[in-house]
Design a protein around this ligand. Structure first.
Ligand code: DI6
Ligand code: FE
Length: 431
């Protein structure tokens, strides 16, 4: 199968997520894909009849491929031991202040080779793919020295060749103060600004930067300096903001014209309004809320009232959100934060694309956008937020190529001359 081929997906229902107020549903639909992009969407009776290869999707639902816009997917080791400690009553802050938490992952990540990091991340990435994800953002931030940070970013980039997935990388230089700078955090910030940011920008290893603005991490003043330097180098900004305490994160992100402010449990009305007027997306991370057994939910009603674009993501990381399903993130967004299933799907598609600054290319099914699609065995799109731990995914398309659930071998399977597994692929016919 070649991606320049013209392909018609037919006999399906489409939730295009284009247009804002509704699913943009087209029933009994057909979708024309050309050169990896969506060329046309309409009802089946209006579809072109000849000259194109067709795939009959058997009445299934098609959505944009899901976008996980906030993850820390690449890391060494895991933190199951810390999970046990927390269940016995230790708090996340206590563990962090005692040198565990993020620091234990930093030690394991520094000790891993790039290949080991890739190998460790592949099963998690496959799991995300099996939940319908076609684009993932991956942050660095567990290296905290130049070489280890670059190693993480290269590993993240390399994952694109291992699992069919678009990977967007973010440099999380200000994640935690590394132990060797414990007594002089400002020196660490200076080194990140002077030594790391220029290399990341020059080698195009990330398109955005992120920071952890929290009393256990970095201050407003430090993040502000770092954002200014990143902006000057053409890097976009994202921010872990107002998660564990109120810290003016939404205002800082708005002043910096960030793509997104993420977490936001302690956001207030003025912060929500600032985000709306600066066009900053809100990324809600219910997996971290659940894992930390937080009680303060992000103020979804204030975000709605202010008109902020809300995205949902897994925050997949070894400490606070060891979650590898976007469908579960959507479900928790509904059950824990009060999103509607429509808002959850919007948050996993077009609004997630906005949070990455890629909404002109992905996130909805519209002519000109990439043919990144998820095909589902569901009776309607609300069902995507309903299952807890089951993925009704039938198959995925990335750039117009059917890539199945998660395995690169699926592409080989579908190449001309090879036998196509009829139990896993919808009926194909040439007209
Ligand atoms: N994202 C983060 O970066 C931190 N929390 C969060 O939600 C820390 C992740 C970790 O503990 O490793
Ligand atoms: Fe995070």
């Amino acid at each position: 199968m070649h991606d320049e081929e013209t392909l018609l997906l037919t006999n399906c229902h489409v939730a295009s997520m284009a247009g804002g107020s509704g699913y943009g549903a087209v029933h009994d639909a057909a979708l024309l894909i050309d050169n990896g992009k969506i060329r046309w969407l309409g009802t089946r009776s209006d579809a072109p009849r000849t000259g194109v290869r067709r795939i009959d999707l058997g009445g299934r639902w098609v959505t944009p491929g899901l976008i996980d816009c906030h993850t820390h997917l690449v890391f060494g080791g895991n933190r199951a031991g810390e999970f046990e400690q927390r269940l016995k009553g230790a708090s996340y802050e206590q563990i962090a202040r005692a040198g565990g938490g993020i620091m234990s992952t930093v030690a394991a990540t520094r000790a891993s080779t790039e290949e080991e990091l890739i190998k460790g991340a592949i099963p998690r990435l496959r799991s995300l793919a099996a939940s319908g994800v076609t684009t993932i953002e991956i942050k660095s931030g567990y290296g905290l020295d130049l070489q280890s940070e670059l190693k993480m970013l290269r590993a993240a980039r390399e994952l694109e060749s291992k699992v069919p997935m678009n990977v967007v990388t973010t440099f999380l230089g200000l994640h935690a103060v590394p132990p060797e700078f414990a007594s002089r955090p400002d020196d660490y910030v200076e080194i990140v600004i002077k030594a790391a940011l220029p290399v990341v920008a020059e080698e195009r290893l990330a398109s955005a930067v992120d920071a952890y603005l929290e009393t256990i991490a970095f201050s407003e003043e430090q993040v502000e300096r770092y954002f200014a330097a990143a902006t000057a180098l053409g890097l976009k900004r994202k921010l872990h903001a107002d998660q564990l305490a109120s810290g003016n994160g939404a205002h800082l992100a708005s002043r910096a014209k960030a793509l997104s402010a993420d977490h936001l449990e302690y956001l207030d009305e003025a912060g929500a309004k600032a985000m709306a007027s600066a066009g900053v997306a809100a990324v809600l991370l219910p997996g971290a809320f659940l894992t930390l057994r937080e009680t303060k939910v992000p103020p979804v009603d204030l975000l709605r009232a202010a008109g902020v674009d809300m995205a949902v993501a897994t925050d997949c990381n070894p400490g606070t959100s060891p979650m590898t399903s976007m469908l579960l993130a959507m479900n928790l967004g509904c059950t824990l934060f009060g999103l509607t299933p429509f808002e959850a799907l919007k948050g996993a598609t077009i609004n997630a694309a906005k949070a990455l600054g890629h909404d002109d290319e992905i996130g909805s099914i519209e002519p000109g956008k990439a043919a990144d699609l998820a095909v589902w065995d569901v009776a309607g799109p609300a069902e995507l937020s309903y299952w807890l731990g089951h993925s009704p995914l039938h198959t995925r398309f990335k750039g117009g190529v059917e890539v199945g659930l998660s395995h690169r071998e699926r592409i080989a399977e579908l190449e001309p001359g090879r036998r196509v597994d009829q139990s896993r692929v919808a009926h194909e016919a040439r007209v």
